[in-house]
Design a protein around this ligand. Structure first.
Ligand SMILES: [Zn+2]
Length: 473
């Protein structure tokens, strides 16, 4: 009964403020309001969630006036009216209207303040109504920028240009509303109950702890459950009188914990248009002529580009719905083609060596020189400094070795070993299987060497041999 009366007062108050051009929308909008008001705020909150998806782009929800300023208390409407901000007539603060407030006034000294009432319960007090309005504004500004909010307000009041298609990489706030009914109302409270604006915003976002059930997992201990949920062990035990510090937990057992639940959620609906890349796919082609482990890209992949538009619903910063509305492919992706070797590489040599360089000549034979044994042949002036494995094998040593400089030793798994010395750089590692003719390093003059050349030695069963005996040339 009270409510009915309030609704008619409210309608009386509101109509004259509406712009004539808004007539249709306003009528539609307020025709809905008695229905909203006739329900308790709890149902309202539920309704608002249910109706979100349906009412998203209804004219009423978009064009209705978000704020209609006014007197002593305002209501932030959820649901179809979304963020409409409607004034109430000044009521001589009736004790029975919001009983929870008056119950609160037990202090001797009280100050006039503004109560932020959610679902009929005062959750915070700030110094005056202006501060309370700022709390709501700041709450919204946690999730949208000032600029977005201003544009949104302008769009609503102008009715012009509100649906021009979005340009690329543009986004537009379509709606912002609260999940619950917030009422701002004058109240007399003790001074210590009045909090700064920022604290009130933080409180609304953080909310109150709700008790929920937690199912014990394998390996859980009380201390960790408490810690993971921001509780002290003593607090957890208080919530669960049946437990003591020494209680043994069983997996699957249910215990009570608390979890903060925001007092109110800011629901933001956005329209977004942006360029996105389309990843390219990769195709692998096996090549039996290429040694396993080797691969090469035969066609370089290239990402595509598309222009997408979507509607997004975000609750307290978390995307809860994303609906693609348009997708235009601006450039198709090009797939990457990779050739992968499938030939299993033998590591055993044949016992005959190929010339380990690209051309060149023997600048020094094996034998005694100036009273010392020259243990291999020197190959100089190749047409290319790449050094090749003389036969299939496994690298057993690769690195610096005194007067040899950078040196590689290949074991051909058949009793033969070959040595390559004075390299300027080494391209293989110990344990690596190499194929006859595969590049293993670059010719240089490291160690005890004069001029760029390759020093090449051959051993058979550990005994030094003259390479010329085994070189196929
Ligand atoms: Zn030499």
């Amino acid at each position: 009964m009270e409510l009915r009366k309030k609704v008619s007062n409210l309608l009386d108050n509101v109509k004259p403020i509406a712009k004539p051009s808004l007539k249709v929308a306003v009528v539609t909008t307020f025709a809905v309001s008695p229905f909203l008001f006739s329900k308790s705020s709890i149902t309202l909150a539920n309704d608002s969630k249910l109706s979100m998806a349906k009412s998203r782009f209804g004219v009423a929800s978009k064009k209705n006036m978000r704020r209609i300023t006014n007197s002593n208390s305002q209501i932030y409407l959820p649901s179809k009216l979304n963020t409409a901000y409607i004034s109430e007539k000044v009521h001589p603060f009736p004790a029975n209207h919001f009983p929870s407030i008056t119950n609160f006034n037990s202090e001797d000294v009280t100050l006039n303040a503004s109560a932020i009432i959610i679902d009929g319960k005062p959750v915070a007090y700030v110094r005056n109504r202006e501060a309370a309005e700022q709390v709501v504004r700041k709450l919204e500004l946690n999730f949208v920028t000032e600029n977005e909010l201003n544009k949104f307000d302008a769009m609503k009041s102008s009715l012009m240009d509100s649906f021009s298609p979005l340009k690329e990489n543009e986004s537009r706030l379509l709606d912002i509303h609260l999940s619950k009914n917030i009422v701002l109302q004058e109240a007399n409270v003790s001074p210590d109950k009045i909090m700064p604006i920022e604290n009130a915003v933080a409180l609304l976002l953080k909310g109150a702890n709700q008790e929920i059930k937690y199912r014990v997992q394998e390996g859980d201990v009380l201390g960790r459950i408490a810690n993971n949920n921001g509780l002290k062990l003593a607090e957890l035990l208080k919530l669960n009188p049946q437990l003591t510090e020494k209680s043994l937990l069983m997996p699957g057992q249910e215990i009570t914990i608390t979890e903060p639940e925001p007092y109110v959620e800011v629901i933001v609906e956005k329209e977004v248009s942006q360029k996105e890349t389309i990843p390219y796919s990769e195709e692998v082609i096996n090549d039996p002529n290429l040694v396993k482990g080797e691969s090469r890209v035969s066609q370089q992949g290239l990402a595509g580009v598309e222009s997408v538009s979507y509607y997004e619903t975000i609750e307290n910063g978390k995307t809860v719905m994303k609906e693609l509305t348009k997708k235009v492919i601006l450039g198709q992706p090009i797939k990457q083609i990779v050739i992968k070797g499938s030939k299993v590489a033998p590591s055993r040599g044949e016992g005959i060596f190929i010339w380990p360089a690209d051309g060149g000549y023997i600048s020094s034979q094996m034998g005694y020189r100036w009273g010392r044994l020259h243990k291999g042949i020197d190959i100089a002036r190749p047409s290319d400094y790449t050094i090749k494995a003389a036969d299939n094998g496994i690298v057993i040593s690769a690195g610096w070795d005194g007067s040899y400089g950078n040196k590689i030793v290949i074991d051909h798994q058949n009793g033969f070993q070959t040595v390559y010395a004075h390299l300027s750089s080494i391209r293989v590692g110990v344990g690596e299987t190499v194929q006859e003719g595969s590049p293993i390093g670059i010719m240089g003059e490291t160690g005890d060497a004069t001029g760029i050349h390759l020093h090449f030695e051959v051993y058979k069963n550990g005994i030094l041999k003259n390479p010329l005996q085994y070189l196929r040339r």
